[in-house]
Design a protein around this ligand. Sequence first.
Ligand code: MLT
Length: 264
Amino acid sequence: MPFATVQGVRLVYDLRGQGVPVLWIHGFPLGRWLWDPQVEALGDVARSIAVDLRGFGGSSAPEGPYTMETYAEDLRGLLDLLGIDRVVLAGLSMGGYVSFAFYAAYPERVRGLILADTRHQADTPEARANRYALIERIRQEGTAAAVEAFLPRLLGATTRREHPDRVERLRRKMMTNPAAGLIGALQAMAERPDRTELLPRIQVPTLVIVGEEDEVTPPEVARQMAEAIPNARLVVLPSAGHLANVEAPEAFNEAVRTFLGQLP
Ligand code: MLT
């Protein structure tokens, strides 16, 4: 398992395929395995870097608080170590929040953006309070508290109905994340800035992609982002929820393949 040490933190990553460098950034409480359906299938057009963010999977989980900027710094350090100058950033949900932070800090390193099942707004006061309540539960009960809170909302209604086995598989993978990292990530999400002002300033081609049944970051939010970003295309995937890349991999990959093929 390759790893790099950045800012004193061990980051585990996979590097596969050939073509446009794409840095795949997973959501919460997931890991780099989220992108397995993309890394393999797009291996002829994308040089994929799929990383476990600090605090997830095999990467180290130093005590928080973390911020979205912390993750972005980690990723820039990883790209420097790999000798990769410009990438397409592909972020799902929290991975999208990290992508915004990265783009805001290092626009010259970004060739394109794939914003999957994510949102530009900050947390509402209620959402923020829920995150801090969950942090307390994780301190008492460990990782399972986060898994119980998020698992019911990640997969769409169609997947839950037609593939109940996938819910259990997802649970097992989510359980591999250490509590300290989940706490750090919840703090980072709770305190992340609103990115509404950034959207019209994004100057790279952008693919906004969302599952039609996404209950966490619904299609309406994706539509708002796509309208506000100057060079954006919106793709809504039927029969998919918040993990659209896993639930509708063929359609997701087709959209990414077209997007990568049209990059200047
Ligand atoms: C995620 O999938 O990364 C989270 O659901 C995002 C969030 O809780 O805001």
